[in-house]
Design a protein around this ligand. Structure first.
Ligand SMILES: Cc1ncc(COP(=O)(O)O)c(C=O)c1O
Length: 373
């Protein structure tokens, strides 16, 4: 087992995001205040909030919350098929530590949210299947097949994808399941952007609902825009696997924050309202981005995201994306995330368009281009 490397993305963001006037590199939807969430409470959850005592909570999560989360999945997933975590991050850590041993092999689709690659790599051999902008960041299943070894135990994927907003098709997803089934491989599917598809027809079935060795990762942070709750979960048909994960969780958070569980319950019971508002912001922002990039075709190449609230444009010409990001932040206070932070060569940078103030940030980018480029 090797030491975990510096987490480039979290390191980059934590040094900048709390002081940058315009966060255009964020990966979450517009958030809500505590008061706004409490206003959504039904009488049962309001009573839970008012009478909440701050004791330890149940290790798997509050049963009412687990039932509500299970409702996001198909019939094969009940409350007992859910294990909750302190964010999606803890779920990734626990899953890899419960499943992977030094003699195992894992396959991960890259670029990706760093822990999907760094945590398995600290535990066993990992093969990356790299996506390419040239073909619209499309995943080629034959490249996954080529990467399989006799020791392959786990495939890690993330759709809708961070940082490109790409999605695979349902047919591709079914083929991946068949490939995994034939080779007895678990699929860990990071689905934290699920429900933010720009076209509803791009919504994939959850991996936990279609594959007996499928593991779905969900969280309140992204589609619901409530990262401060730190409530995430893993759904799986295998309760044995969840029990092994819960043992790792005992070494970490042990249980959820009691107030966050109730707030997550309230938000999930109002999910239609919250998701509709978040999608409305995203649709309006992406229309502005489409216009912006079509005005700037000499400067940027824009592969339009299909889902989520992040995109990964490319800078054309000689301006380096690290330099672009640094100058943009220093002169206009706009934070974007250059490709190097994703360990990727190429002149890309990540932008987030889930937040209400994105149009203001975009205006600053326009000014920057006029004045500096
Ligand atoms: C794809 C993906 N998975 C997992 C996470 C971790 O989510 P959380 O911050 O809610 O733990 C992130 C955060 O950016 C992410 O983008």
């Amino acid at each position: 087992m090797s030491k975990l490397p510096i987490f480039n993305l979290e390191d980059y963001l934590s040094a900048r995001e709390f002081s940058a006037p315009f966060m255009l590199g964020g990966s979450d939807s517009e958030t809500h205040s505590l008061g706004q969430i409490l206003d959504l409470a039904d009488s049962e959850s309001r009573k839970l909030w008012d009478e909440l005592s701050l004791h330890y909570t149940e290790p798997y999560g509050m049963p009412l919350l687990l039932e509500e989360i299970a409702g996001l999945y198909g019939d094969d997933i009940e409350g007992a098929n859910i294990l909750s975590f302190a964010g999606a991050e803890e779920g990734i850590y626990c899953l890899c530590h419960a499943l992977l041993e030094p003699t195992d092999h894992a396959i991960v689709v890259t670029p990706c949210y760093q822990s999907l690659e760094s945590v398995p790599s600290s535990l066993c051999e990992v093969t990356e299947v790299g996506l390419d902008e040239v073909d619209g960041w499309e995943l080629h299943n034959d490249r996954v097949i080529e990467a399989i070894k006799p020791t392959t135990k786990l495939l890690l994927i993330n759709y809708p994808h961070n940082p490109t907003g790409a999605v695979i098709t349902k047919t591709q997803q079914e083929q991946l399941v068949e490939i995994a089934r034939t080779n007895d491989i678990w699929i860990f599917s990071d689905e934290v952007y699920r429900n933010l598809e720009l076209e509803p027809s791009n919504r994939l079935p959850t991996m936990a609902s279609i594959y007996e060795k499928g593991i779905s990762l969900g969280v309140m942070s992204k589609s619901f825009g409530l990262p401060g709750l730190r409530v995430g979960w893993i759904a799986a048909q295998s309760r044995q696997l969840l029990s092994e994960l819960s043992n790792v969780k005992h070494y970490l958070s042990i249980c959820n924050s009691a107030p966050s569980e109730v707030l997550a319950l309230i938000a999930l019971r109002s999910q239609d309202k919250i998701l509709a508002r978040n999608l409305e912001i995203i649709q309006s922002n992406i229309a502005l981005l489409d216009r912006f990039f079509s005005d700037q075709v000499d400067l940027f190449a824009w592969t339009r995201p299909k889902a989520g609230c992040i995109g990964f444009p490319k800078i054309m010409g000689h301006l380096n994306s690290d330099v672009f990001a640094e100058k943009l932040l220093n002169t206009k206070g706009v934070l974007v995330v250059p490709a190097s932070v994703f360990n990727l060569r190429g002149n890309f940078f990540r932008i987030g368009f889930g937040r209400k103030n994105m149009p203001d940030a975009l205006r600053m980018v326009r000014d920057f281009i006029e004045e500096e480029i």
